[in-house]
Structures are given as C-alpha cells and as structure tokens.
Design a protein around this ligand. Structure first.
Ligand SMILES: Nc1ncnc2c1ncn2[C@@H]1O[C@H](COP(=O)(O)OP(=O)(O)O)[C@@H](O)[C@H]1O
Ligand SMILES: [Mg+2]
Length: 240
C-alpha cells in the first residue's frame, strides 16, 4: 500500500535519504522514529510528491507517485503536524469544501457520520475551527480521511502537543482505521504512542533505516533502550 524502493535524495550535497526501502501493508501502522534531521519528513514529502527523489521509486496504493502524482494524491490523506484548514469555517463546512476540491460532493449525513467516527464532539461541529484545540482540528483531518474512504494515511508528528487523554483517543481512532484495512505511516518522537499503536517500528538515522521490527517484540522500556542505543550509535548499524 505504501512503499519506498531504494530512494535517495540529496540537498546540496547532503544526503537526506540514503537508499531507503520499506513497505507498509494494508492494516499495518508503521511508525518512523529518529532524531531531528534523520529524514522522516523528507520520506513523507517524497510520498506526497512535494519533492522528487534523485533515484528510486515511491508507491501509494499501487500507484507510482512520480509517474502519476495526481492519481497517487487522490489515494491518500496527509495530516501535517498542525492541521490548519479554514479557521473561519466550521467542521462541516471545512469537510464539505475540502471534499468538493477533490471533486466529491458529499451528503451531509456522510459528513456527520465521518465526524462521529473521528470522535469529534457533536456540539463543536458548527463552531469555527479557530475555537478548536489541536486535537479537535486533527479529528477533522481524520474525519476527512474517513469521508474519502482513504486507504493510505500519512501522519507527521500527530501527537506532539496533545495531552495524554487526547493522545489515547487519537490512538484508538487510528487503530480503528487500521483494523478496517488502512495502511498508515506515522512519523513521531512519541515512543509511548509508537509502542501503543504501531504494528511495525522503523528507526531512522542519517537517511537510513537502521532497524525495522514488529512492535510486539518489545516492551516500552526495551523499545526506549533500543531507540537510544541506535540514536547514540552504540550498536552496529544493520544494513537495510
Ligand atoms: N528542502 C530542503 N532543503 C535543504 N535541506 C533539506 C530540505 N529538507 C530537508 N533537508 C535536510 O535533509 C535532512 C533531513 O531532514 P528531514 O527529513 O526534515 O528530517 P526529520 O523530519 O527527520 O527531522 C536534514 O539534514 C535537513 O536539513
Ligand atoms: Mg520532520
């Protein structure tokens, strides 16, 4: 569903991604961990066709991102770290407007159902987004993914700035989408969220995946230990 094949990308002689390959299948949640500058956002930007790789291929739901960028964008929903949308519109108008931009005229009932599934409290639906917390704006973004029946979700630091209960709520909603067959790629610094939510965890450093493993293999403590070992470079790097 989401795949990078031997992707490299340099910015002015600095290698941001170094022959990076991985796959996220339907029903999986892959969390990419790594220090600042590891190449996590560049990975998402390539899948979004915001930047072009120097070599290698990116695939979204069976579509080659660089060859068919318009089609690949229709297959995914991207939640940036801060979901801004139209501050003066309410949640229903935002979703209706965004869907129309994608040539989809949604029924009001479908919008209401999507907001309900995304867990946004009903008394906020007609309030302007300017009055929303980060967690609430994010739910509108998730409702958009539900409304579009998107099977691919790309999330950049979705839990930064959320309190613990909003993080738990977010985890539950994303788990539900994965159970229904979505492939989810999430970039995060939040080890708790990664450990609770991920089916797979990848640790990135200097544009490479040092390690990818099934999350169930580790307790939160051992994940934390492993992460710091990799990031501080104590262990030998595995070749991807
Ligand atoms: N548009 C850009 N122009 C120049 N350098 C960039 C650009 N985007 C990212 N980089 C560099 O590429 C590396 C990886 O960045 P990034 O993917 O943003 O890391 P992360 O999201 O893991 O913090 C960093 O060294 C960063 O400075
Ligand atoms: Mg980043």
């Amino acid at each position: 569903m989401i795949e990078l094949r031997h992707v490299s990308k340099a910015f002015g002689g600095h290698l941001a991604l170094d022959n990076l390959s991985f796959k996220v299948q339907a029903g999986e949640v892959m969390c990419l961990l790594g220090a600042n500058g590891a190449g996590k956002s560049t990975t998402l930007n390539i899948l979004l066709d915001f930047i072009t790789p120097d070599s290698g291929e990116a695939w979204v739901d069976g579509v080659n991102v660089q060859l068919e960028p318009h089609k690949s964008k229709q297959r995914l929903v991207y939640l940036p770290e801060n979901v801004n949308l139209y501050q003066e519109f309410n949640a229903i108008d935002n979703l209706s407007y965004l869907a129309r931009l994608c040539n989809h005229v949604p029924e009001l009932n479908d919008i209401r159902r999507a907001l309900q599934k995304a867990g946004l409290q009903e008394d906020a639906w007609l309030q302007p987004l300017a009055s929303y917390s980060k967690g609430m704006r994010q739910k509108v973004g998730i409702a958009f993914a539900i409304l579009r029946r998107s099977q691919v979700l790309l999330l950049d630091e979705p839990t930064s700035g959320l309190d613990h209960s909003a993080t738990r709520e977010f985890i539950k909603i994303i788990e539900q989408l994965a159970k229904q067959g979505a492939a989810i790629l999430m970039v995060t610094h939040d080890l708790y969220c990664a450990h609770t939510l991920a089916t797979h965890i990848g640790i990135m450093k200097r544009g490479r995946l040092l390690d990818v493993f099934a999350n169930q293999q580790h307790s939160l403590d051992s994940l934390e230990y492993l992460y710091h070992q990799h990031i501080s470079g104590i262990t030998l790097e595995k070749t991807a």
